[in-house]
Design a protein around this ligand. Structure first.
Ligand code: PMP
Length: 406
């Protein structure tokens, strides 16, 4: 054969079709959560939709300063070069000190979703079963498509995952590769896993040999109540702690980290190395410089952010109580970005309410989008996100919601 003779006859009129892989063909398109067609058509619609930080809480001015400092210090050229898969040493060291773990256990990622998909790919066998929050953050379920995993829904209570329910299922013979839960300011249901349940969950993971995927993006945003602790997670060889700077420094940075048990570090590093080599050197340069060169700055910024989100949560709760008296059962949140009120009147159809609200100019996520199985009251809930909405917007949004109730 010469180079001018292709093995497949070339016909521009009938090109040989490309077939996406079975994995790619099996990825679902968003329905429910993330479906843009359900959004309000009104240009002045107010969106209480996502776990989005307020622009005023993000380090816009500081990043401009940091950029200048890095350039003046001669760090510019290196910031455009390759760097190691594990992530910047200084950044890992800064995170490790905050977490109270060995820096070797920190792997820098491109945000929380990346950490979740890496963990799933590293620890869930194709076709395995993962126990998941019910209700759950829907995008985690989509990462499970990467390995064709099945789910075992576990109810989430006011104080987090129902660990006793899981224990009963395991005692009855259920076998799982992992448990996925959001321990602090749950998405969508706003609660926090109690210290006792954290310990019980880790004990189950060690007894039955599965990994706990603790997805914790909101944990720095506590503005009320008591921290329930993370040490129990970091001290176990059966927990992967997934975190991100998305809610504190901005989702556009795409920067996060895993706290891995020591025995998994090399495995996850190798897996990551085959996907994207490393997180952006440029972004790591700026964020590392920001955090390391300004001791105390991160905590001061968080303190201001918590105050802002506490205030917004209070405004939202107060407006709902004033404008919709008796129509919703409300528990004021202790942190994070979500309120998860329940419809009190069973005669209200949640789908019709959602459609009327969208038509009237307010978007929120109906609770049914988050259910991972039967046995919860998610369908009678609303997920209202307040992080990036002003007082006026919250007031107007609740007014529109009140109209939708009729
Ligand atoms: N987990 C949860 C529970 C989240 O709410 C989010 C953000 N909405 C993420 C993970 C994803 O974080 P990131 O944007 O850093 O990928």
């Amino acid at each position: 054969m010469t180079l001018t003779e292709p093995t497949v006859p070339h016909s521009p009129a009938q090109p040989v079709p490309l077939v996406p892989s079975e994995l790619a063909r099996g990825l679902t398109v968003p329905h429910g959560f993330g479906d843009q067609s359900l959004l309000s058509p009104r240009p002045d619609a107010i969106r209480l939709l996502g776990g989005i930080p307020d622009p005023s809480a993000l380090p816009l001015d500081e990043l401009r300063e940091v950029l200048g400092e890095v350039w003046d210090d001669g760090g510019a050229a290196a910031s455009l070069q390759y760097s190691g898969s594990h992530g910047f040493e200084g950044l890992r060291g800064w995170i490790a000190e905050r977490e109270g773990v060995d820096p070797r256990r920190i792997l820098i990622t491109n945000g929380g979703m990346h950490g979740l998909s890496l963990t799933v790919q590293a620890l869930v066998e194709r076709g395995g079963v993962v126990a998941v929050d019910n209700p759950a953050y829907p995008l985690f379920l989509r990462t499970l498509e990467l390995v064709g995993a099945g789910t075992l829904p576990v109810p989430v209570e006011a104080d987090g995952l129902d660990v006793e329910h899981l224990a009963r299922r395991l005692a009855d013979g259920a076998r799982i590769a992992a448990v996925y839960t959001v321990p602090d300011f749950h998405n969508p249901s706003q609660g926090t896993l109690s210290a006792a349940k954290r310990a019980a969950l880790v004990e189950l993971a060690e007894r039955y040999g599965f990994v706990v995927i603790a997805d914790d993006p909101y944990r720095e945003l506590r503005f009320a109540g008591e921290d329930q602790g993370r040490r129990v997670f970091f001290d176990s060889a059966h927990v992967v702690h997934v975190n991100t700077f998305t809610k504190t420094l901005g989702p556009g940075l795409r920067l996060g980290w895993l706290v891995l048990p020591d025995h998994l570090v090399d495995t996850v590093l190798r897996l990551r190395n085959r996907q994207d080599s490393h997180s952006s050197t440029f972004v790591q340069t700026l964020v590392q410089h920001l955090l390391v060169s300004r001791p105390g700055w991160f905590d001061a910024t968080l303190a201001r952010a918590r105050e802002l989100y506490r205030h917004r949560a209070e405004v939202l709760v107060a407006e709902l109580r004033t404008q919709l008296p008796g129509r919703l059962t409300i528990k004021p949140p202790e942190g994070g970005f979500f309120l998860w009120p329940r419809l009190t009147d069973d005669a209200v159809d949640p789908r019709e309410l959602h459609a009327r609200a969208a038509a009237g100019g307010v978007d929120y996520q109906p609770g049914e989008f988050f259910a991972t199985g039967p046995g919860t009251d998610s369908v009678r809930r609303l997920r209202l996100a307040y992080g990036d909405r002003t007082d006026d917007e919250l007031r107007t949004a609740v007014g529109r919601l009140a109209k939708a109730f009729g």
